[in-house]
Ligand binder design. Structure first.
Ligand SMILES: [Zn+2]
Length: 203
């Protein structure tokens, strides 16, 4: 999509993709910064035809688009860091610096293509645990982009990490639907309730 060439091997925090000169000349700097790339994502959705074709191969359950959210680490080092690094101190006294991002993609069963949407970068202020960090970044994504996609009919897919009431309410507030993994060991009370309802014949 960005016509990515080779990556820089300079051992710095600058491994950004170089652009084809014809593209780069339209940008203020030959390297892309994240805010510059954001407008390209809805354009990709626009060009996919999802907006116009209800029978798009990306349409799935209830004719919705499935947007899968997940976090991924794209930088980790014990030597190089910047002011935006998340920092993890180990018992042996060493520190690992890292950058993580949530990467939402439109997926569909039986379709081997995906459409990447705007990522949301996890910041050091997002929390101390992996769950705090991902949930805070996910909330920002729903608030920032929910309105942009909700009219397409969207169901958010996420793992057990996101399966908590505040996130569920956040998704619904933005006019989106959700299917989240809900594991018994991390949702004991909920499973106790459903077991009771089953015993009472109400499920
Ligand atoms: Zn950093």
């Amino acid at each position: 999509m960005f016509d990515v060439g080779r990556l820089s091997f300079n051992p710095s925090l600058y491994p950004l993709p170089y652009l084809r000169p014809s593209v780069a000349e339209h940008l203020p700097h030959p390297l892309l910064s994240p805010p510059q790339t954001m407008p390209l994502f809805p354009e990709a959705v626009q060009h996919s035809g999802i907006n116009f074709f209800i029978d798009s191969p990306f349409r799935s359950i209830n004719c919705n688009l499935l947007i899968a959210l997940d976090g991924t680490q794209y930088f980790s080092s014990q030597n190089i860091c910047c002011e935006n690094c998340s920092r993890k101190e180990h018992r042996n006294g060493t520190v690992t610096y890292s950058h993580t991002v949530i990467t939402p993609v439109i997926v569909a069963p039986g379709n081997d293509k995906v459409i990447a949407l705007q990522p949301e970068f996890i910041t050091p202020q997002d929390g101390h645990t992996k769950q705090d960090c991902e949930n805070a970044a996910a909330k920002r994504w729903f608030i920032e982009y929910g309105l942009q996609y909700k009219d397409l009919g969207v169901t958010i897919l996420g793992d057990d990490l996101y399966c908590h009431q505040p996130i569920c309410e956040n998704i619904l507030t933005e006019g989106l639907n959700f299917i989240l993994v809900c594991r018994p060991y991390s949702h004991k009370t909920l499973y106790e309730w459903t077991a009771e309802f089953e015993n009472m014949g109400e499920i």
